[in-house]
Design a binder for this molecule. Structure first.
Ligand code: NAD
Length: 478
């Protein structure tokens, strides 16, 4: 027996959780449940995190968590509990299989069978946002080497354990050379360790276009958090319906299983919801717990139900489906088919799959870090970059001088274009004038001189070289 934590969530959550638990029970899953309350009621009771201390304790003790979707109230400063849970528990790998069940579920992509492995803790989802000037807000995109190594290694280990042939990386490293560039270079390093698994890379825009057009060319896709979030919904939808796909969130110690869709308040309480997404999440959970025989049995009963055309409204189609059913009738149909093998769809067999085991992250030797200057972000209401450049050029120290000003990343000084539209947010780069290392005291000296000139510095970023390589972007047009 394995004790797990469950949460029925909001909207259609209770209906699809009850359906899933009924099927798990009928299939003989060796599970005990500890139910916690999360979501809308908890938020509205005044707890802005949407979860109680007791609920955290249950998840951390049981280590396995089956969660129905929740509603995040709009406005009011509520943080997404889903993002918090993934990050607080270190659930770094979000695994989202998207497969077509043609011809029984309508799709234009009859041969697609892909698994999207999405980095789950970093990227723009760090949620670090600030307004810096009247006109400009920013969101920090944080990417770490351990974060990249863990997710890329997970993707290759997943491919190995599940007999997958290729891992494809999606990034935008032609534009974001530091952040996406790190993800891609880690991908290249780790791919070289897996000689028997093919690898390739697509820029996210053309990769997404190919995914929407010819998904059958992909096998396992590994990507950063935001891209993974977007492309997995697209992949699920083009496979048939977002209502079908389950997802696992895997960490070194805990794991959470869920449907990829939300709480669907428009159909809540109407016995219309398709419980397949959460059920597929539960099947992933059974495999994670080593109950692969029960997982295989449920998956095959579900495939029998699909191929017999017994469908909920979201996938029901005249000419393909044979019977439109509600959540409860669908649940009974799956239960009635336990022990059966699909006649037309390929039967599932998870018994041979090995657990995914990822070597722990090893810290690398400390690189030599040398300070070469800093970017001062200035709130300034003027329009003529030459005016600002002229004033800031007067500020110099032994090793530092103004070398560039950009506005929203594009170089506007020296020699900017009159056509460039400028906001009130100016990045003013002070860099070493003679190649020498710069001291923090010199940075402070520049800032003090700027303060004395009534220049409003709203933020600074230091410019470093790591092991002799500049580790910052150039200005566009520089
Ligand atoms: P949604 O996924 O809830 O619904 C989108 C559409 O798909 C709706 O028309 C809905 O009826 C339909 N749909 C979704 N799941 C279905 C199912 N199982 N069966 C049949 N039809 C289904 O997305 P939304 O409307 O954008 O979001 C609703 C709420 O869910 C929001 O509060 C959002 O924050 C939350 N949400 C939660 C999660 C989560 O808990 N993991 C994920 C996404 C959204």
């Amino acid at each position: 027996m394995h004790k797990i934590t469950i949460a029925k969530g909001d909207g259609i959550g209770p209906e699809i959780m009850d359906a899933t638990l009924e099927i798990l029970k009928a299939a003989g899953a060796k599970l005990e449940y500890d139910e916690i309350q999360i979501g809308e009621q908890v938020y509205l009771s005044g707890n802005t995190s949407g979860i109680s201390t007791h609920a955290w304790k249950s998840i951390r003790e049981n280590k396995v968590y089956l969660k129905a979707p929740i509603t995040t109230p709009q406005g009011g400063g509520y943080k997404s509990l889903n993002v918090t849970t993934r990050k607080a528990l270190g659930l770094y790998a979000n695994v989202r299989p998207c497969k077509s069940y043609a011809p029984f579920v309508r799709t234009k992509h009859t041969d697609m069978d892909i698994v999207i492995i999405r980095e789950n803790e970093e990227d723009l989802y760090a949620g670090i946002e600030h307004q810096q000037t009247n006109e400009v807000v920013q969101c920090l995109k944080l990417i770490s080497r351990p974060g990249c190594e863990k997710i890329v290694r997970y993707a290759f280990e997943y491919a190995k354990a599940n007999g997958r042939k290729r891992v494809t990386c999606f990034t935008k490293d032609n534009i974001m050379k530091q952040t996406d560039g790190l993800f891609r270079s880690v991908f290249n390093e780790i791919a070289a360790e897996y000689a028997h698994i093919e690898n390739d890379h697509y820029i996210i825009d053309i990769g997404s276009a190919r995914l929407a057009d010819t998904p059958e060319i992909f096998d396992v896709i590994v990507t950063l958090n935001l891209y993974g979030d977007v492309i997995s919904d697209i992949a699920a939808q083009i496979a048939g319906s977002v209502g079908l796909c389950g997802s696992s969130n895997i960490g070194d110690q805990c794991a959470m299983f869920e449907a990829i869709h939300g709480s669907a308040p428009d159909i809540a309480g109407k016995d219309m919801a398709n419980p397949s997404g959460l059920l597929n999440g539960a099947i992933m959970m059974l495999n994670h717990l080593g109950q692969s025989e029960i997982a295989t049995n449920i998956e095959n009963a579900w495939r029998c139900t699909m191929e017999e055309g017994i469908h909920t409204a979201d996938i029901y189609k005249e000419g393909i489906s044979t019977k439109k059913v509600g959540t409860k009738e669908f649940t009974q149909a799956v239960i009635a088919r336990l022990g059966k093998t699909p006649a037309k769809l390929k039967p599932a067999d998870y018994k041979a799959d090995k657990p995914v085991s990822v070597a722990p992250y090893k810290k690398r030797p400390q690189a030599k870090k040398v300070l070469k200057g800093f970017d001062a972000f200035v709130d300034w209401n003027g329009t003529d970059a030459d005016d600002l450049g002229g004033r800031l050029s007067q500020i110099t120290t032994e090793n530092l001088k103004l070398t560039m000003i950009t506005n929203r990343g594009i170089k506007v000084w020296p020699n900017g274009f009159d056509e460039t539209f400028c906001t009130d947010h100016w990045r003013c780069r002070f860099s070493t004038s003679n190649g020498a290392e710069v001291s923090k005291d010199e940075l402070m000296a520049v800032m003090q001189k700027a303060l004395a000139m009534d220049i409003d510095i709203v933020k600074t970023e230091n410019l470093y070289e790591f092991d002799g390589k500049p580790a910052f972007s150039l200005g566009q047009g520089q």
